[in-house]
Design a protein around this ligand. Sequence first.
Ligand code: ASP
Ligand code: MG
Length: 435
Amino acid sequence: MKVMKFGGTSVGSAERIRNVAALVQQAGRQVVVLSAMSGTTNTLVEIADYLYNRNTDGARETIKRLESKYLKVAAELFASEEVRSQAEKGIQDTFTALLGITRELFGPVQERIVLAQGELLSTRLMELYLQEQGVQVLMLPALSFMRLDAQGEPDLPYIKEHLLPLLEQPAQVYLTQGYICRNSHDEVDNLQRGGSDYTASLIGAAIGAEEIQIWTDIDGMHNNDPRVVDHTEAVRHLHFDEAAELAYFGAKILHPTCIQPAKYANIPVRLLNTMKPDAPGTLIDNKPEPGTIKAVAAKDNITAIKIKSSRMLLAHGFLRKVFEIFESYRTPIDMICTSEVGVSVTVDNTRYLTEIVRELKRYGTVTVDLDMCIVCVVGDMDWENIGFESRVLAAMKDIPVRMVGYGGSNFNISLLVRAEDKDRTLQSLSRYLFL
Ligand code: ASP
Ligand code: MG
């Protein structure tokens, strides 16, 4: 069985819901995971903010506005009077309950109940629409099987135990909510913003799905930035670890935590586009493609910091002191390069840059390079393969390179260049690696 997950924009209007229903109907027996309609979770967050700030009027107005949006969708979506009034009743019940919450004392428990309503609404609309279309659909309430353990991590054994029996009931489409779950106190909770992908991955792992499909309305991954490079190609296949490398570069790829359950259960994940449903998309799995370079991606707004100190020569504990400074300002380090007398690191968060630099000066001479850019080459770069390092470096022969990172994983080489050199770096890498 497959798992198909559709994001917020894919179910963002009556027309888009119909479009998803058509895709689902063609797909055979499967579990369908839906996000909230686009914009809904943000509006629910806004409602919660009003309630935390004791602005009940603001909350009520926003609730009413959201309700009328849903009533409009229902009016447009259903052909039959009877189904429409069933949907309207569901919508009204949800929003009456939300109004009820505005009269209670508001805290995190209430907040998470508010946030859960988006996925409950989108799946209810889809359920009714599929029924109207004569599809045999069964709702699997996420709140009855999706669960966090005492550490706040998804509880896979519990999920399996409570989900598998539900799938024994016959249906063509098993429909469920992304994002929402219960915690170990049995309270309504969620898997964090964007968590519907995580739901799909957990369900795929729990049922041993043949494939997890993540449907969005964005165009798939390219092997280089199509805005900068003339000839780019779609990336058809990635190893899970290559996908994880690319996630930092804002590639249209899933967050590594979300795909972890799929990776460990060895379930392939396919990224697909609802606007081009016949395109093959990008397949992510555990199969390496020996010697293949898959993609080049870039990340802007990087700052490099170099600490040079002759005290570092043959000393131990120097790096720890340097890293501790970054840690104490909760600033993640991305690239690192060291020599015997110096270390360079990059950060993308410069909130505490002044403080960090001031403290680093206790240990050495500090240089900061602003407006840098990390360009990363991703593919099968096992160190025993030969040739790819020289191709990457040959591509950089006319471009100043501030740092090179290689050997941290088997799947990447990173180059730090000036922001102004980014485009020609991407173009040159494209020529040397892909043409
Ligand atoms: N609706 C939730 C959000 O907007 C979860 C998701 O869409 O994945 O964050
Ligand atoms: Mg989303």
